[in-house]
Design a protein around this ligand. Structure first.
Ligand code: ATP
Ligand code: MG
Length: 442
C-alpha cells in the first residue's frame, strides 16, 4: 500500500517560498569554482602522499556516534540530527563526523588484514549548532585516517600532510598546536589529580563544570568561561604525568615536524576529553577568522577500534573544516579564477545548429571548452546580442556558424580578447587540425 503524506497547508492564498534549512548552504558559481579548486588540490596532495579515498554512508546507526564520538561530548549531548527509521524503528543519525564511520567500515571489511591503510574522505557533516560565520549545520570536512599504524612517524606524517595542503592552498603560517595525552594509565593519574584540584576549587566551578567534574573533568579545561580561566590555567597538566615512552613518542613527532619545516608549539590545555585518544593531539589555528579559528583538529585514537568491537588497531587522523579554509583563502585575498570557455559558438540561424553541434562535439573531444549560444526560443537574437553574450562569457574566441560560411564548409573564428578583432576562416572538415589553436597555452 502506498501511503500519501499531505504537506500541511500554509495559511494564505500563496504558498510560502521554500528556503534552505537554516545553517545549510547552497554553493553555486562562481563560488563553486573555489570548491572545485580545493578538491583538486586535495586529490593532488593525497596522490603524492599515497592516501586512498574512502566513502562511507552519511547516515549511520545512532549508537555508532554515542559510542564512537562519546556520550559526554557536545556533539552527542546536543548536536546530532537523529531520527527513527519509519519502517523498522532503527535509530539513525546524520553523521556529525566521519571517524566513527571509517572505523566501523574498517572493522566491517577487515581493511587492515594486510597492513595499515592511509585513507581520506571529503563530504558533508551535520551538527545542530547555532549558525554563525564558520559554523554551520551542514558543513564539509576533509579528513585523513591512517589506520593500523602505531608509531610516532605516522602522527607526524598526517600533520605534515595537513600543513603541506594549507601551503599549497596559499595559506602558510597557520599555527600548529600540539599536546600529548600519553597512555590510559598516565591519564588516570592525571585525572585523579585534576578532580582533587577542581574539588579544592569547587566554589569557582560553573554548572557545566560541576556536571563534568566526575564524568569528564578534562573537558573542564576546555571552558570558555572567563571567570574560570585563572583557576583552569593553574590546574595540574597532563604532560607532567607522562612516562618515558610517551615522552619519547612525543619528542619523535616534534623532531619529524622540525625536519619537515612545520613550526609547532605545545599547548598543554589542548585536550580531547575522550578516553580512546592517546599520545599526540593537535589543532591548526588561525587568528584571522574571529572566533571560529580552528581549521583542523585531530589526534591518535588507539582505543577506538576496540571500543567499536574491532581488534585493537592503532590509528591517527584529523578533520578539517572546508568552509573555514575557504573563508581564509578569501580573507587573505586570493582570488580563484572561475573557468572561462575557450570559445563561444555564435549561431545566427536555427538552421546552423546541426553543423554547430557536430563541430562542437569534435572540438570538445579535442579538449576545447565551448559555450554554445542558446537562443532558438527568441529567434536566435541579433548578431550584436550574440556577440555581447560571447564577450560576457570570457571566451577568447567566437566561432560564427553563419549560413554563408556553412555553405562553403567553413566557420569564422574571431579573436575577442587580444584587441585585434582578427578573424579567419577554418575548414569544418579539418576540426581536429585547428582545434588546438583555440586552447590557451598553459
Ligand atoms: P569547534 O571547537 O570549532 O566546535 P570541534 O572541536 O567541534 O570544533 P572537530 O569535531 O574537531 O571540531 O572538527 C574538525 C573541524 O571541522 C574543526 O576544526 C572545524 O574546522 C570544522 N567544524 C567543526 N564544526 C563545524 C561547524 N559546525 N561548521 C563548520 N565547520 C565546523
Ligand atoms: Mg564543535
Amino acid at each position: 500500500m502506498t501511503r500519501v503524506f499531505m504537506a500541511e497547508q500554509p495559511p494564505g492564498p500563496k504558498a510560502r517560498k521554500l528556503a534552505a534549512v537554516k545553517g545549510m548552504n547552497d554553493i553555486f558559481p562562481p563560488e563553486s569554482a573555489q570548491w572545485e579548486w580545493f578538491e583538486q588540490q586535495v586529490r593532488d596532495i593525497m596522490g603524492v602522499y599515497a592516501y586512498g579515498s574512502i566513502r562511507t554512508p552519511i547516515v549511520e546507526h545512532t549508537q555508532l556516534f554515542v559510542k564512537g564520538t562519546g556520550e559526554t561530548t557536545d556533539i552527542v549531548e546536543k548536536e546530532m540530527y537523529s531520527f527513527e527509521d519509519r519502517l523498522n524503528g532503527e535509530q539513525l543519525t546524520l553523521r556529525p563526523e566521519n571517524t566513527p564511520g571509517v572505523v566501523r567500515a574498517a572493522i566491517e571489511h577487515n581493511l587492515t588484514y594486510d597492513g595499515g591503510k592511509r585513507l581520506y574522505y571529503l563530504g558533508p557533516m551535520f551538527r545542530h549548532e547555532r549558525p554563525q560565520r564558520g559554523r554551520y549545520r551542514q558543513f564539509y570536512q576533509l579528513g585523513t585516517e591512517a589506520i593500523g599504524f602505531a608509531g610516532p612517524e605516522m602522527d607526524a606524517e598526517v600533520i605534515v600532510l595537513a600543513s603541506h595542503l594549507l601551503q599549497r592552498l596559499g595559506l602558510p603560517g597557520v599555527r600548529v598546536e600540539l599536546n600529548s595525552l600519553g597512555l590510559a594509565a598516565e591519564r588516570q593519574q592525571h585525572r585523579a589529580a585534576l578532580i582533587a584540584y577542581f574539588e579544592r576549587h569547587a566554589g569557582l566551578l560553573d554548572a557545566d563544570a560541576q556536571r563534568r567534574l566526575h564524568t569528564n573533568p578534562l573537558r573542564i579545561l576546555d571552558t570558555k568561561n572567563p571567570a574560570m580561566q585563572a583557576m583552569v590555567d593553574a590546574a595540574p597538566q597532563l604532560l607532567g604525568f607522562l612516562g618515558e615512552a610517551s615522552l619519547k613518542h612525543f619528542d619523535t613527532v616534534k623532531q619529524l615536524l622540525n625536519v619537515s619545516g612545520v613550526p609547532w608549539s605545545v599547548n598543554p590545555r589542548a585536550v580531547r576529553g575522550l578516553d580512546y585518544y592517546s599520545h599526540t593531539v593537535f589543532e591548526f589555528i588561525t587568528d584571522e577568522l574571529g572566533a571560529q579559528g580552528t581549521l583542523c583538529g585531530g589526534g591518535r585514537y588507539d582505543g577506538l577500534f576496540e571500543l567499536l568491537g574491532g581488534k585493537p588497531t592503532p590509528a591517527v587522523g584529523w578533520g578539517m573544516g572546508i568552509e573555514r579554509v575557504l573563508e581564509l583563502v578569501r580573507v587573505r585575498g586570493h582570488a580563484v579564477a572561475s573557468a572561462v570557455p575557450d570559445a563561444y559558438a555564435i549561431v545566427p540561424e536555427l538552421a546552423g545548429f546541426p553543423v554547430a553541434f557536430q563541430t562542437l562535439r569534435a572540438l570538445r573531444s579535442a579538449g576545447v571548452s565551448v559555450q554554445m549560444h542558446a537562443g532558438a526560443q527568441e529567434g536566435m537574437g541579433s548578431m550584436k546580442s550574440q556577440f555581447k553574450r560571447a564577450d560576457a562569457s570570457g571566451a577568447r574566441f567566437a566561432l560564427v556558424f553563419g549560413a554563408g560560411e556553412l555553405a562553403q564548409g567553413l566557420v569564422t573564428v574571431k579573436s575577442l580578447r587580444d584587441g585585434t578583432g582578427a578573424q579567419l576562416t577554418r575548414v569544418l572538415g579539418d576540426v581536429a587540425a585547428w582545434a588546438g589553436t583555440l586552447q590557451s597555452q598553459t
